[in-house]
Structure formats: C-alpha cells, structure tokens
Design a protein around this ligand. Structure first.
Ligand code: PLP
Length: 284
C-alpha cells in the first residue's frame, strides 16, 4: 500500500513520523475520513470544510487548499487502485522537538498523513441487516464538534458495547443520547417525524448527517432537530446511524430492546439507497 506523508507518496513500511510529533504524544491533531465509491470521493467538499474548521478551532496550520487536498486524495486512490473504501487524512501540529505542552512557534510544519483502506461499503452486512447498539456514558471531552484524534474513549465504549454483545456504542449524557461512538444518531417517531440531535459542542457535525437531512427534505419527511432519550429511541418506529463509512445503517436493538419489529426500518433503507445513489452521482 502506498501512503502519503508530508509531500511524499511512499510504501507503507517506509513512512515515518517523529516520535515527538504532537499527534503521537498529545493527540494534538485532527482527521477526516472520506468514503470512495467507483474510485471517486463522496461528500469531499463537506469533509474538507470541516477539516478547515477543526484545524482553525485548534490553531493548527493547514497550508494546503481544497484543490491540492483533492489532488492528493485522487493520486492516492489512483496509486492504490482503490475502487471502494475510505481515504483517511490526519493533520497534526507537528513538533519543534522535545515534549512540551505549549504549542510550538507558528512556523512549525504540521504533519499531514493520508492512507487508503479498501472495504465493501454499499454491500456491507451492517447496512443490510442493521446493527445492535449498547449505551455507554458519554465520558469524552466537551468539544466534540472538533474532529480530533483523541479516540481512546470512543474505542473503550466500542469495546464495552462488544463485551455486552452489541455491534456499536451509543453515548448518553444527562439521560439523552449524544451520538454514536463514531456516527450520528437518528430515530423515526410513530407520527413519522425524523429526529436527530441539534448541532452543538456535544456532537460532531456529521457530513453524512447534513446530506441525509437534505435528502429527507427532498423525500418530504418531517424533520426535527432535538435530543432524545434512550427510552424514546427504544420505543421509536425506527432508528439508524449515519457516518461517512457506514452511510445510513439501521439500528435494530438498543440495550437488548428491539426497535420496531427488530428488522431494518423502511425509511432507513430508503434513505440509505437514496444517499448512495445521490452520492455516486455527485462524487469527485
Ligand atoms: N460522530 C462521531 C463521533 C464520529 O466519529 C463521526 C464520524 O466518524 C460522525 C459523528 C459522523 O460524521 P461523518 O458523517 O462526517 O462521517
């Protein structure tokens, strides 16, 4: 596999980053994951727009414009002959050498790393059959709107969910679901209203969430942005999650309680198909 490191396309085993890199030492970095269908990028401007916002929020330099970043993504897809999967991009503050809590001088070069990962996305089993989730307390930091590489707690929550026999974790704070460990959460009420939590520092502004909101409007579905409890979701007609790598994925059980009839919901399936179709058409 060919990866990208600070301007170079190199074999995976030849890629190096300093052990003093603040991404490694302090999780001082941000990332994006863009999915690839037919060798083309899905929702690319959205992901690069959020990368810009994340970097700005942390005052990490991003000395590449969107066009350059698109060219790097495309070159990596080409070199790896990637047809379906993801491109992972990570931007860290770099390092001035030595470990120091304080940010180094502004002229310190950030570290930019990209790699591809082949994976069936459209024909994923989770998309066809749905997933079971287990709830976990949301013990992450308070700026979840920034897509940082501090993913230890989401990893712990996913491990706990797996130990509980579920496929993924839903995070809960003050009795309300914030989001999934790596996706945004949705439910469909019995009066056919789609509900997803409103944007704030409590959740990541999902690019797929935004795209699905637009699709829902086009399909004349009622939409409401608000928080909901675990109990409300368990009693809902349908639940699903959205993310770049899972598109729209039905949730069929929450903490062992079946959602609806325990099968992927009709609206979730319709939105998944519509998202894939529209994304394919707009891919770059
Ligand atoms: N929320 C969290 C915590 C995530 O990690 C992700 C994506 O990885 C999402 C939501 C979904 O965001 P997107 O649709 O941009 O992939």
């Amino acid at each position: 596999r060919t990866v990208y490191v600070n301007g170079d396309y190199v074999a995976e085993r030849d890629a190096t980053v300093s052990i003093f890199d603040r991404g490694f030492m302090l999780a001082d970095g941000v990332y994006e994951v863009s999915s690839v269908l037919d060798g083309k990028l899905i929702d690319f401007p959205g992901h690069m727009g959020r990368l810009k916002r994340s970097a700005a929020a942390l005052e990490i330099a991003l000395p590449w414009d969107e066009e350059t970043l698109l060219a790097i993504h495309r070159e990596l897809i080409r070199r790896n002959a990637l047809d379906e999967g993801m491109v992972y991009l990570q931007l860290t503050r770099g390092s001035a050498g030595d470990r120091d809590f304080h940010y180094p001088d502004a002229d310190t070069q950030p570290t930019l790393v990209l790699f591809t990962q082949a994976k069936p996305l459209v024909d994923a089993r989770s998309g066809r059959e749905g997933i079971r989730v287990a709830t976990q307390p949301d013990w992450r930091w308070a700026r979840r709107d920034i897509k940082t590489v501090q993913l230890l707690y989401p990893a712990m929550a996913k491990m706990a969910a797996k130990a509980a026999g579920a496929d993924d974790a839903w995070l809960v704070e003050d009795g309300m679901v914030t989001e999934g460990a790596s996706n945004n959460v949705w439910m469909l009420t019995h009066d056919a209203t789609l509900v997803t939590r409103e944007l704030s520092s409590a959740i990541l502004p999902g690019i797929t969430r935004a795209a699905v909101m637009t699709l829902a409007e086009a399909l004349s579905l009622q939409l409401e942005e608000r928080a909901f409890s675990v109990e409300e979701a368990q009693q809902a007609r349908e639940c699903f999650v959205t993310s770049a790598s899972s598109f729209v994925t039905p949730v069929i059980a929450i903490d062992g309680v079946s959602v609806g009839d325990g099968h992927p919901g009709e609206v979730a399936q319709r939105l998944r198909a519509a998202y894939i179709e529209v994304s394919r058409r707009r891919a770059l």
